[in-house]
Design a protein around this ligand. Sequence first.
Ligand SMILES: NC(=O)c1ccc[n+]([C@@H]2O[C@H](COP(=O)([O-])OP(=O)(O)OC[C@H]3O[C@@H](n4cnc5c(N)ncnc54)[C@H](O)[C@@H]3O)[C@@H](O)[C@H]2O)c1
Length: 390
Amino acid sequence: MRLGVIGYGNRIHGVINGAFRQVDPQVRVVGVVDPDEQGVRQRLAPCDRDHTVFYKNVDQLIRQGKVDALAIGTRCNLHSRFAIQIAAYDLPLFLEKPVATSMRQANDLERAFAKSRCSVVVSFPLRVSPLCTLARRYIEDQAIGTPIHIAALNYVPYGTIYWESAYRDYQITGGLFLQKATHDFDYMSYLMDSPIVRVGAMQTSGQVFGGDKPAGLYCSQCNEQETCLESPQNRQRNQTTGTKSDHLCLYSKECGIPGTDLNEDCSSTVVEFASGAHGVYTQVFFSRRDAAARGAIISGYMGTINFDWYTNELKRVRHHAPFSTSEHAGAGASHFGGDLELAYNFIAVVQGKSSSHTPLETGLQSVYTCLAARQSSTRKNFVKVKQVGS
Ligand SMILES: NC(=O)c1ccc[n+]([C@@H]2O[C@H](COP(=O)([O-])OP(=O)(O)OC[C@H]3O[C@@H](n4cnc5c(N)ncnc54)[C@H](O)[C@@H]3O)[C@@H](O)[C@H]2O)c1
């Protein structure tokens, strides 16, 4: 497969070099649009280094690169802009999440793809992960009856990246509903087999991270290294999660202002599905180590299914019979096996053997939900979620 990539950063490199090549070792990155040519050249796999051509823009890449498919791996705020350009071509597209970061971007994206023949595989590894698809299969097989409630949790053990790396730039990410919950709202709708139509949300920011330390401050320049729990040496000593190398201060004014452009320490939502069911979702970004948890409890009158990606375990409880079962999935795969499933699907789409399991509408519907959650958390009221196609 001759692949063209717009924004050849860390994530897309990992997806191509790991998952895509595991499925098809012949995948080659033949063309790239990325202003950081030097950085990209350092990242490119040895099998790509000799033949990858850099192009100034998407049009040139498509016209001259003779590509079979495209991937967008830029940072969040540029996904929709490039996807809209690609909508005019009949080429399969692997698109990183979130597919848009504002209502305007999302609307433009939806409009651009209304008549497009471009098949999009949105990078939603959780939805296609083996554990999630197993849960969905049990629900389809009536393991719990009609799903009436879902409680989803996300205790992120690596959350410090949202204050100590480029992910702290709110102008690029649009906050942690779009950055993180976009996955969770998507798989929740998938499991409940119904879109989210209304959201009530709250967020807490500035209680843990953020502060008034100088902009651009690194641990190595700080006189609090000995006492700060986030310094590389204390993370090392305390065996906690997070990078052990020199990094930007998590208490810097550059992280943003609470309630405006500072990533939240934690946020929660109550969501209503079109089916009439409801659920809750909570994400916590200061949790560490064994506090890691991501998964859901889905219940109907007949039973409950409970799974967690970190323990790789799924439990099924029958409410009206004395039986419960517990199943374990194999561990170690990237994004809980979801990246590999995305790769199988994308390559099958390129070969014309399958349709997308995570089409653009899934990415858009999730963005509409995230935007409603963000709005609800600032305006402190329930917000109706725009529906794709409405
Ligand atoms: N699906 C997932 O589970 C998952 C996991 C991690 C990251 N992501 C997403 O992947 C995206 C990329 O994250 P990353 O950590 O790889 O970032 P990154 O900074 O490593 O990569 C971004 C790349 O885009 C390039 N770029 C910047 N401006 C550009 C422009 N105008 N045109 C073309 N290229 C441009 C940069 O030079 C860089 O190479 C983010 O949106 C993030 O949310 C998704």
